[in-house]
Design a binder for this molecule. Sequence first.
Ligand code: SF4
Ligand code: SF4
Length: 195
Amino acid sequence: MGKPVKRPEQSLSERAFLPEVAKGLTLTASRFFKNTFSSAEKGDIATVRYPEEQREYPERFRGVHRLTQRDDGSPRCVACLCCSTACPAQCIHIEPAEYGEGDPRQGYEKFPKVFVIDELRCIFCGMCVEACPCDAIRMDTGMHMPPALERDAFLLDKELLLSLPAADGSVKSANPRHEPGDKTHPGIDRDRSGH
Ligand code: SF4
Ligand code: SF4
């Protein structure tokens, strides 16, 4: 059997309803005028009038992706597929290809002939950035994906991803890279590979 719950006592004004309705409307109106004529910059209110007002993103904000460039402008990406494998949303599509004849990178590493990220499916977890062994993909653009009416606008291809700069304007990575053929390259070279 249920335990009886005593009804709370109501005052005369609560039982009359109208004074309580007036109190509620007064509170709502005071909040409305405060929010309308205040600004988040002054610290008066917690909300911002987006998009006219925008909060500054934190330094480690994960924004729209970019592909980092080498000195010659080619992608640092070696099409290893680590990022697309790690991606829980499966929104990265890569088609690897071999470098052409005469390119010192031929036989060492590949490049992405096609590299597409579907930003609409992306959950901005950053796993792709963590998984990349070459620092070839970053989310340091400081931008969020702008709204669009067409789904295709959210499919960012290799050329676009390579062209997007970091928030500091750089299109490269801060990490050094040793290219195949360089004296500083720590891996095997073509001459020693046969021994
Ligand atoms: S941020 Fe996460 S969901 Fe988005 S592409 Fe990278 S791994 Fe996939
Ligand atoms: S972005 Fe990095 S992890 Fe993804 S395929 Fe290129 S090198 Fe591999």
